[in-house]
Design a protein around this ligand. Sequence first.
Ligand code: PMP
Length: 458
Amino acid sequence: MALTESVPTAPPGHEGILRRQAQRESAARTYARSLPIVPVRARGLTVEGADGRRYLDCLSGAGTLALGHNHPVVLEAVRAVLDSGAPLHVLDLATPVKDAFVTELFASLPAELAENARIQFCGPAGTDAVEAALTLVRTATGRDGLMAFSGAYHGMTTGALAASGGARHTAVTRLPYPYDYRCPFGTGGAHGAELGARWTESLLDDPKSGVPDPAGLIVEPVQGEGGVLPAPDAWLRRMREITAARGIPLIVDEVQTGVGRTGAFWAIEHSGIVPDVLVLSKAIGGSLPLAVIVYRAELDIWRPGTHAGTFRGNQLAMAAGRATLAHVRETGLDRHAAALGARMLTRLRALAAAHPCIGDVRGRGLMLGVELVDPAAEAGPAGELPADPDLAAAVQRACLDRGLIVELGGRHQSVVRLLPPLTLTDEQAEAILDRLADALEHVRTLPPGPRGGTPHTP
Ligand code: PMP
């Protein structure tokens, strides 16, 4: 597996595999369109393609790979289960592997939640855990409606999609999420966030607002797919107060922000809020599929089978997940992510100063975003410029040409997202930013207008 081994010069099937994929796979495929590579080996930050090229992977399985690819502690944990003769599939039965996972997970949670928590193992995707959270609060409150935010992303199953910003038909009440660069109130900053909080209060307290009391309010501490928007801590505390005062369960979706990604083990630690329901997936499975909700025991009044699923007992994922959680805890990778992320943000700000096409840079920990805009267009009321998705696609392609895998996100697919593994070194961070800077320099020389590229939805 050593990446220092000599790399084959003749691509073994690279073109053919991509051609067959284009012929056989769905038109709805996503990353595969904008990232035409065929990974054959990977370790840490590095992915090696069937074309013999190496890439620095800042997509990390859409934020899943806290420890990067094939981290030794993960491989060891998986091998230990395989060698032990333990069953790999057990529905939701108790096993020593599951017991150890839950113990490690609960030890990582804020004490106030862990002391009185229940856990539900869900089907293996984040979206299934979101569905479980919605069913849980609907059952517990006897209410039906939901409050969710503009720009949110919670998954692709019916309930999770309805709660997301891309929803078309929905009975979900949409609330404004703080977004300094494109503040819906034209003010940004703490004032913009406070106006959003007041709007939420007013909808809940005005008997004629047209919004019945909801079963819950669901929020991401940092909107990831929505364009890397960290919620201000004070605003999240306001959301906690508003919901607590009115008996509305607060669901925090940490599918993407969890396990050190934002520079704290859980992103809720930044604000100190304790949610009623925490939705977890991605990194908790140590690169394998796993999803759970952890919630206050008082909500646990649903009946057996209210939320079920065949694949709730993935032993390999639980072992890989336990190893990942323990490794992040033992080595302080969350604090490392905070410090390194802050240094990367400083360098990204310098890049923004040199490139008028960068409208904004932002992030928390190792969840970073660079919003690309059209500098030739007319600015909006708060100085914001229109998003430039074509330019973003061109930057993504130029990055790939330079051996750097980045993801696009945001309302208009114009935010370049960096989600490197938490194990990233200073040297690797420099290499990533050098390649990004070079890609930005390159697109500067391209003629304006559509620069090609493929639309990409997460
Ligand atoms: N919630 C958040 C915050 C996410 O970022 C995602 C996936 N990007 C999901 C839920 C859905 O997870 P999955 O794709 O595993 O269904």
